[in-house]
Design a protein around this ligand. Structure first.
Ligand SMILES: Cc1cc2nc3c(=O)[nH]c(=O)nc-3n(C[C@H](O)[C@H](O)[C@H](O)COP(=O)(O)O)c2cc1C
Length: 218
C-alpha cells in the first residue's frame, strides 16, 4: 500500500548531526516546528514539558562556559545522573560500544570533540520538568523530542538530542533563568548540517528479528 505522508522517508533522513553551519534558523520556522511538536501525546494530556530556546548571545555564553568547564575538568552533573553502562542490557551495551568504535573508524575523530563545542549549533532547545515529576513525564519528553526533530527535518533543519548539552545545569539555570523547581532533562541542538565526515556517519540499527517476538498462533 502506498504511504499517505512519506513519513518513512523522514525517518530515514533524520539522523544525529554533530556539526552545524553557523546559519541561524528563522524565528517563524522555529515557532512553527515547536507548535507542531506540541501536538504530541502525553499521559492523560498532562503536557508536562517546558521548553527554553537558546540562541544568539545566550547560547554563546553557554558555549563559552561549556568549553571552560570541559577544559578545567569540572564534574559533569546533569539533573538526571549520567547512566553507567551496567544499567543497560548486554545487547544495549554492545550497541553502545559499536557506536563509539564505528564512529571513530568512520571519521577518524572522537565523538566527544563535537560535544565539547555544542555541535556549533545556532539553537539549542532545552526541556525541563517540574521537580518530583512522574516517570511517565520523561516518557512523554521522548515523544515530543522525536516530534520536534521530525518537524524540523520536514523544514530542512537537522538536529541531535544530547545529554552533553545539559551536563552543567547551573550554567543553564543562570543564563536561561530556569527556576530551581524545574529539572533540566535533555537538550536538542538544531541547525543546518555542515558537509563533513561526522555527518555522513550512520549509527547501525537493529532489525525487526533482533528485537521483536510475534505471538500470533491461532
Ligand atoms: C537521550 C539521548 C541522549 C543523547 N546524548 C548524546 C550525547 O550526549 N552526545 C552525542 O554525541 N550523541 C547523543 N545522543 C545521540 C545518539 O548517540 C544517537 O541518537 C544514536 O547514536 C543513534 O543515532 P541517530 O540519532 O543518528 O539515529 C543522544 C541520544 C539520546 C536519545
Amino acid at each position: 500500500m502506498e504511504s499517505k505522508y512519506n513519513f518513512k522517508q523522514l525517518m530515514i533522513e533524520r539522523h544525529s548531526v554533530r556539526k552545524f553551519t553557523s546559519k541561524e534558523i528563522p524565528k517563524d520556522v522555529l515557532n512553527d516546528i515547536i507548535s507542531t511538536s506540541l501536538l504530541s501525546p502525553s499521559w492523560t494530556n498532562s503536557q508536562p514539558w517546558k521548553l527554553y530556546i537558546a540562541s544568539g548571545k545566550a547560547l554563546d555564553e553557554i558555549k563559552k562556559a561549556w568549553l571552560k568547564n570541559y577544559e578545567t575538568k569540572v564534574e559533569r552533573k546533569p539533573d538526571i545522573p549520567i547512566a553507567h553502562r551496567d544499567e543497560f542490557s548486554e545487547l544495549s551495551q554492545k550497541n553502545m560500544g559499536e557506536l563509539i568504535k564505528t564512529f571513530k573508524e568512520f571519521t577518524n575523530d572522537d565523538i566527544m570533540t563535537y560535544n565539547y563545542i555544542m555541535f556549533n549549533a545556532p539553537t539549542v532547545i532545552y526541556f525541563t520538568l517540574n521537580k518530583g515529576y512522574s516517570k511517565w513525564s520523561t516518557y512523554d519528553l521522548g515523544s515530543i523530542s522525536m516530534a520536534l526533530m521530525l518537524a524540523a527535518k520536514d523544514r530542512g533543519i537537522d538536529s541531535i538530542q544530547a545529554t552533553s548539552v545539559v551536563v552543567f545545569p547551573d550554567v543553564l539555570r543562570k543564563v536561561l533563568k530556569i527556576p530551581d523547581d524545574e529539572d533540566i532533562i535533555i537538550g536538542i541542538a538544531f541547525g543546518y548540517e555542515e558537509k563533513c565526515k561526522a555527518n555522513d556517519y550512520r549509527a547501525p540499527k537493529l532489525k525487526v528479528d533482533d528485537v521483536c517476538k510475534f505471538i500470533d498462533e491461532p
